[in-house]
Design a protein around this ligand. Structure first.
Ligand code: C5P
Length: 412
């Protein structure tokens, strides 16, 4: 039996400083802290004195799994300058940002821990204001927000919605929701994805096919579609126009991708060949059934005594068909082998006229069928090959598309 390969270790998450201001929206701060930690971030918290009138130090500390920094801790005897220690975060988010805190920051004050820390921070800062509409739209507040924007600070909201002040009803001033806040602050740390596939059409096939014996019975396989969906999403994020042709899987349509849902190999063939006409890259991750019933019954077949014989006929090989009229297209296949993998995959790439094939092993736990990871070897028709470590399917997709770009580059 093959020993499971070690997963690539996850680096510690980014350190996010959450500053909680004096607004009724401060009660949402513990949820923001929890969402950030769920997404793998480490968190530190500063609560202003006004914030502590709305939310308890205990609930903030519990949600952060860390003590809370306050003006009291700042002024207590300690070995470090707390505002400088806290300012070393990778990003800062100010939740329940009040008009007064905005003014202190825009005015360069250092009279309390929150504003002194903001003066010391060089990391990205996201303000999530929450205040009454009349206050937010006042020229004084808008001028302060503009000053902060001028320094590169970002703003999320405020939104239109019910605002917590008694009798004030709804209007502009409601703070964004915790999930959105956590995503927005972490997005500040994500480097922009290079748009190196802009202008290209990438066609990806995914999932299994179903070959019907009668209207209710079919031959299929356990392909989850995850590998193909990862390739489609990665290509989309890098600027490509993407067509995803998928057999029956439980994954939702990825936004921004043209999805065609099919069942049989013949339907997959039609959809892929049609989409591939103006494509520059075609990636066949679909686990296409090799055979279909020579004659599928149109009515459900009744059970009979004894053995039943089904005649199967080969399905067309879609990758090989694309390979016969390859043109300038880059063609990528996947192959699953249990032995003599590299030689068989190289021969297959040659036979089908694919630029390369990613070879994987159905017997390795947590990879290939259904898993979130994959452990593949890139194999070229000339037999040259590279074994990649166990990676997430998204990372495999990234490297696959890098290689497809290299092939395009050398083909020109
Ligand atoms: O020959 P084998 O099924 O191992 O080849 C696998 C590769 O060929 C995969 O990329 C698969 O999507 C593709 N294929 C195909 N049409 C078939 C069978 C496989 O395009 N009928």
């Amino acid at each position: 039996m093959t020993a499971p390969a070690p997963t690539v270790p996850t680096p510690p998450g980014p350190l996010i400083l959450v500053i909680v201001g004096g607004s009724i929206a401060a009660v949402k701060a513990p949820s923001v802290l929890r969402r950030l930690r769920e997404r793998g971030a480490q968190v530190r918290v500063i609560a202003t004195d006004a914030a502590l009138a709305f939310v308890t130090e205990l609930s903030l500390a519990t949600a952060a799994a860390h003590e809370v920094a306050t003006d009291t801790t700042w002024f207590s005897p300690r070995p470090d300058a707390q505002h400088l220690t806290l300012a070393r975060a990778d990003a800062v988010v100010v939740v329940g940002a009040s008009a007064d805190l905005l003014a202190r920051a825009a005015g360069g004050h250092a009279s309390d821990l929150a504003s002194a820390t903001l003066l010391s921070v060089r990391a990205p800062v996201l303000w999530v204001p929450a205040m009454n509409e009349k206050m937010w739209t006042h020229p004084a507040v808008q001028a302060n927000a503009e000053t902060l924007r001028g320094w590169g600070h970002r703003f999320l909201g405020p939104e239109v919605g019910a605002f917590g002040t008694a009798g004030e009803g709804s209007g502009l001033g409601r703070m964004a929701e915790p999930e959105e806040i956590a995503a927005a602050v972490l997005a500040l740390l994500t480097p922009p994805v290079p748009q190196d596939l802009a202008g290209l059409h990438v066609v990806v096939s995914a999932g299994p096919t179903r070959e019907y014996l009668d209207p209710v019975r079919f031959i299929s396989n356990p392909s989850s579609g995850k590998m193909g969906f990862a390739v489609a999403e990665e290509a989309r994020d890098r600027g490509a126009r993407v067509t995803l042709v998928t057999g029956p899987v439980t994954l939702p349509d990825p936004p921004g991708v043209t999805v065609s849902r099919i069942e049989t190999a013949l339907e997959l063939r039609d959809a892929v060949l049609n989409a591939a006409q103006d494509a520059q890259i075609v990636v066949m991750t679909a686990a296409v059934a090799d055979y279909r019933a020579a004659e599928a019954a149109t009515e459900k077949q009744a059970k009979v005594a004894g053995d039943v014989t089904v005649t199967l006929t080969p399905n067309p090989d879609i990758l090989a068909e694309l390979g016969r009229e390859k043109g300038e297209r880059v063609l990528v296949g996947f192959a699953m082998e249990t032995h003599a993998g590299v030689e068989r995959a190289a021969a297959k790439a040659g036979r089908k006229n694919a630029d390369f094939i990613l070879l994987n092993y159905p017997t390795r736990e947590g990879t290939a069928f259904g898993g979130d990871d994959n452990e593949v070897t890139l194999v070229r028709p000339d037999g040259s090959h590279e074994a990649w470590p166990r990676l997430s399917k998204r990372e495999v997709a990234r490297r696959l598309l890098d290689e497809a770009r290299r092939v395009r580059g050398t083909a020109r």
